[in-house]
Design a protein around this ligand. Structure first.
Ligand code: PLP
Length: 393
């Protein structure tokens, strides 16, 4: 158990929104705040040189997880920035070669959808593919949609709300056959499922530190060797001029250690987390409550569950679940109170706005917690079925 978890805090099942920094990661970061504080871009003294060495080690640690070369990795402030650099940078570069279309999917994260929207204003034709009811895209539809004008296909490896894993190897293959580049937002997939950029043949891949037990405010973008993209911000030649600004040494170090740790634990952790999810599902099933599992159950991240409860209001449900920290939809759309665009996309004809719960199980989740959470959800649903508008506070 983590030492800083207060006794009365709710049980944390929101690992897809963010993860705690693993104590092993934190420990390796600390000296880069106060002892090794040199500017990693200073080459005239040991303070700078040692910081630089730590960053290059981290770059290498990230690269090996996806079978890339360290030279193909640039640090960013997170997956949002990595997605912006990849999408805007690649499409603007290809525009000069007469490419004018971008293809993505309606269930993408906003940090992909919004830069793509911005490209529409720059004259690009944007095509957002729909998904099947299981959350997966239709490969034959993608094939038909691709043309010689397609600059980029951007499709996430694992969905942040429903956890489904898109067939990225097949997608990359189709994109390349028609001369387009392939970018994948792997913020949820990196370190959770095996990813090999050479085998899959990925051109651009985004990752985030705080989804893999690393710090917030750091991420990385893989850019395939010899691929030229344009910068979206200016002010220095750091990170090949694509991400100007002084690198945050402690955060980069943390991302490197977190990447290595995820890789080392990937197989055993997936197995343990999947067993917890199955346990939870078994408890739900035995309770006979009315629940729909959103998204393909097998083609899915082990730690994700996304549930719909018909006839129940999301806010009422959440206010009943005081002992559990989960989200309705994604962390990003929770605050705006909008109904999830992902759940809407998997069933556009359903206008009933059911209560949605996204449960994400992680490294520090215990079996006892899963039992408590299942019990609390089952009891709350039972209570709300009797009195749909009841709120506890
Ligand atoms: C969390 C997340 C992001 C954003 O990552 P940040 O590092 O917080 O910018 C982007 N895409 C997906 C799929 C995510 O889950």
């Amino acid at each position: 158990m983590l030492a800083f978890k207060a006794y009365s805090d709710p049980i944390y099942l929101d690992y897809q929104a963010s993860t705690p920094v693993d104590p092993k990661v934190l420990e390796k970061m600390l000296s880069y705040f106060d002892k090794e504080y040199g500017n990693p871009h200073s080459t005239t003294h040991v303070y700078g040189i040692r910081a630089r060495q730590a960053i290059e080690k981290a770059r290498d640690e990230i690269a090996t997880v996806i079978n890339a070369d360290a030279k193909e990795i640039i640090f960013t402030s997170g997956a949002t920035e990595a997605n912006n650099i990849a999408i805007l940078g690649a499409c603007r570069a290809l525009k000069k070669q007469g490419k004018s279309e971008v293809i993505s999917v309606s269930t993408e994260h906003k940090s992909v959808l919004e830069p793509i929207r911005a490209l529409e204003e720059e004259g690009f034709k944007v095509i957002l593919l729909p998904v099947h009811k299981d959350g997966l895209i239709d490969l034959s539809l993608l094939e038909k949609t691709l043309s010689s004008k397609t600059a980029l296909v951007s499709i996430m490896a694992a969905n942040n709300e429903i956890g489904v894993l898109q067939p990225i190897k097949e997608i990359a293959n189709l994109a390349h056959k028609s001369g387009a580049l392939f970018h994948t937002d792997a913020a949820q997939a990196f370190g959770k499922i095996p990813l090999d950029v050479k085998d899959i043949d990925i051109d651009l891949l985004s990752i985030s530190g705080h989804k893999i037990y690393g710090p917030k405010g750091v991420g990385a973008l893989f850019i395939k060797k010899n691929l030229h993209i344009l910068p979206i911000s200016y002010g220095g030649d750091q990170e090949k001029g694509l991400r100007p600004g002084t690198l945050p040494t402690p955060l980069c170090v943390g991302l490197g250690v977190a990447s290595q740790l995820s890789q080392a634990e990937l197989v055993s952790e997936s197995k343990r987390i999947l067993a917890l999810r199955n346990k939870f599902l078994k408890l739900l099933e035995e309770s006979h409550i009315d629940v729909i599992i959103n998204g393909h159950l097998e083609q899915r991240l082990p730690g994700n569950l996304n549930l719909s409860f018909k006839g129940i209001d999301s806010k009422s449900l959440l206010s009943n679940l005081k002992g559990i920290a989960v989200s309705i939809g994604s962390a990003c759309s929770c605050s705006s109170g909008e109904f999830s665009h992902v759940i809407r996309a998997i069933d556009p004809s359903d206008a009933s706005n059911p209560a949605i719960l996204r449960l994400s199980i992680g490294r520090f989740t215990t079996e006892e917690e899963i039992e408590k959470v299942a019990k609390e959800i089952i009891m709350s649903i039972g209570r709300l079925k009797e009195k749909p508008n009841e709120r506890i506070y």
